[in-house]
Design a protein around this ligand. Sequence first.
Ligand SMILES: Cc1cc2nc3c(=O)[nH]c(=O)nc-3n(C[C@H](O)[C@H](O)[C@H](O)COP(=O)(O)OP(=O)(O)OC[C@H]3O[C@@H](n4cnc5c(N)ncnc54)[C@H](O)[C@@H]3O)c2cc1C
Length: 272
Amino acid sequence: MAARGPGGPDHRRLQPLEPQAGSDAAALTCKAERQEDGSGYRITGTKAWITHGGKADFYALFARTAPGGHGISCFLAPGATEGLSFGAPERKMGLQAVPTTAAYWDGALVEEDRRIGDEGQGLQIAFSALDSGRLGIAACATGLAQAALDAAVAYANERTTFGRRIVDHQGLGFLLADMAAAVDAARATYLDAARRRDLGRPFSRQASAAKLIATDTAMRVTTDAVQVFGGYGYTRDFPVERYMREAKIMQIFEGTNQIQRLVISRGLARPA
Ligand SMILES: Cc1cc2nc3c(=O)[nH]c(=O)nc-3n(C[C@H](O)[C@H](O)[C@H](O)COP(=O)(O)OP(=O)(O)OC[C@H]3O[C@@H](n4cnc5c(N)ncnc54)[C@H](O)[C@@H]3O)c2cc1C
């Protein structure tokens, strides 16, 4: 669990994931055993997908202090903790600026005052951090889609085929129009959710909707931007192929877009 994420210091900090417990975060098995001599908790288990693994100064850690969903606790552990080690960086499709590794906790001792909140409050802390993190990912995805749109519009105004700029071919111009409309809709959706948060109103469902809409938009708009560039879009000479690769991870982390639909549908369900 890295203390910092790719989007900045204030989100994507809390990472409960383990190889067998991804979308189902409550299934985590990493153990935190309280020591009777008061020295702290012994942590044992493996964590997956640690952003800045091996590089961060501190790691937010979720570990089990008791069985069941209410048995998970949150800790802030120094990276230099004895018994904590990291795997080799994952070989990823994108996100090359930040290493992502596994973390191995081998009976590492974490002092008691490194626990955040009470024992058993871990999931509550994780879920509330995810709500805000999803807004951050929605904002990143909107920016990524905007960058792809800007590159595509610039290219479409320069490239000519059949004696006209490609932007003047209706088939291509309408593709750009759909891209622009989708970016506007993504931006409006995440700003609406962010304003609800700033006003202290419930925003969990809206944050999931913003993450879902903005990241699906980023995937579609970046893919269409590659199309606008034709064959050149498929090369590394232009930025749009990278935008397309970076968009994919946004549909996966901070809860996959299938999980966002789960959150939204649960928010709509009334008691039976
Ligand atoms: C590059 C990278 C960086 C990451 N960084 C972080 C990070 O900083 N912090 C962090 O916490 N995590 C991070 N992750 C982990 C990421 O959040 C998980 O990969 C993601 O939550 C999905 O978990 P999983 O990979 O175990 O997939 P699984 O949970 O195994 O899911 C596999 C597929 O099944 C679908 N699925 C699962 N359950 C359901 C369901 N109930 N209904 C419908 N569909 C379902 C999923 O949507 C997915 O399509 C990172 C992952 C990657 C690849």
